[in-house]
Design a protein around this ligand. Sequence first.
Ligand code: C2O
Length: 540
Amino acid sequence: MIYKPDGSEHVVMGINGQFPGPTIRAEVGDTLDIALTNKLHTEGTVIHWHGIRQLGTPWADGTAAISQCAINPGETFHYRFIVDKPGTYFYHGHYGMQRAAGLYGSLIVDLPKGQSESFHYDGEFNLLLSDFYHTSSHEQEVGLSSKPMRWIGEPQTILINGRGQFNCSLAAKFSNTTLPQCQLKGGEEWAPQILHVEPNKTYRIRIASTTSLASLNLAISNHKLIVVEADGNYVQPFAVDDIDIYSGESYSVLIKTDQDPKKNYWLSIGVRGRKPNTPQGLTILNYKTISASIFPSSPPPITPLWNDFEHSKTFTKKIIAKMGTPQPPKNFNRRILLLNTQNSFNGFTKWSINNVSLTLPTTPYLGSIKFKLNNSFDTNPPPEKFPSDYDIFKPPVNPNTNIGNGVYMFQLGEVIDVILQNANQLSGVGSEIHPWHLHGHDFWVLGYGEGKFKQGDEKKFNLTHAPLRNTAVIFPYGWTALRFRADNPGVWAFHCHIEPHLHMGMGVVFAEGVHKVKNIPTQALSCGITGKMFFKPGHY
Ligand code: C2O
């Protein structure tokens, strides 16, 4: 649809005529039946329910070429799954770069009626953060897969609930930018959603990031943020002035409206981790005692410097599990080391894991593995480690990578350790941030370390209050250690949540207990080799 998310007109992917898509709100234990009708005329689509583990319904995970076939134009697919855990989630397209095209929305799971959270709040807000590009996702996709690669660059605008301002600023009179003051009447589709609050109350702000590229930082002038939830898991509450949020993550923070009620305050969102070229996203926290149109009396909070990684690490390390959260098994059955590198393949720029860049097969894995089709993907196991003499502080000595689509197959119930190892980029000096997201599970984050993971580093693992999450970042030149139990039959993507990185191969595929998967709708298998096998409707 044609829309003006930031005041300038573009094509975005909407749902039911809305951008972002409608917020889905459910209660723990509910079964959602979501009918997705593909009204795009020229391409398939799927929707992934980010953070929902899909216990028993791996075919509803919404990952093209992994859990299902893309839904053809005109067709309808029913996602039917149970939401088993309260929290702040979202959904998004998981085919090509449709997330970058704007195919996303919020998914919130409340506690069952009659139950209340362990923290009190009087009201809540929901902020879905994204970054917006003026080039179409198709143009971005073609550029990334061209020789030489054309990088997408930095986003034009940060959107809060699909709203942002391009070429003007809400806070022009404070900043030393040359941007003019935005002229808004209030009804525009790019007008900010104001957070109206009453004094001396507590509010819960749900925040999720579905950015294509940007790592973000959120702050509210004069107000502390008390973090209580991360990725649908409770954390030991802690107070900070600002939070970092990477693509694929979600948080709930509490704020107390205990500041001067005769003033309004800024909520600002800035870019971190990469040299920014995108203005802050802004909205206003309005104390209802005064008009929302009165300007805050001071400038918006300044985003910490993009390369102040210590600030990011300090924040990340404050996140520990709420007391009483199940803790990781003391031992693991299998440990996989995954080296993240930027490489080239016949002159194309790629991202690789242990020197394999993921290229998805045409037949979704769930069907190929379930029906033991040996020729639909590479059945050789992908590498579980990388050469021990690899120098992560230098560009790769041999920049060439392989492409592949092998699967890490786990025994059902095995305890898996994953060590994500960051490294230097393809050329020059530098190492990027990558937020890794796992489908089908939460994992415990055992720790973050500097440099190359080595024998003895596991002594520093946090096995007593490790936070459960579904997304965890690797810092430049560092490693991140995760542990999870492979106890959810299905095939699960594990990948960098930065859309162009995934598109350039930065992901792996895990599978466990697929023989136990039942009731895959035929429609999910109606392409590739499985499509030729099944032509009668029904369940297999
Ligand atoms: Cu939100 Cu596979 O991603």
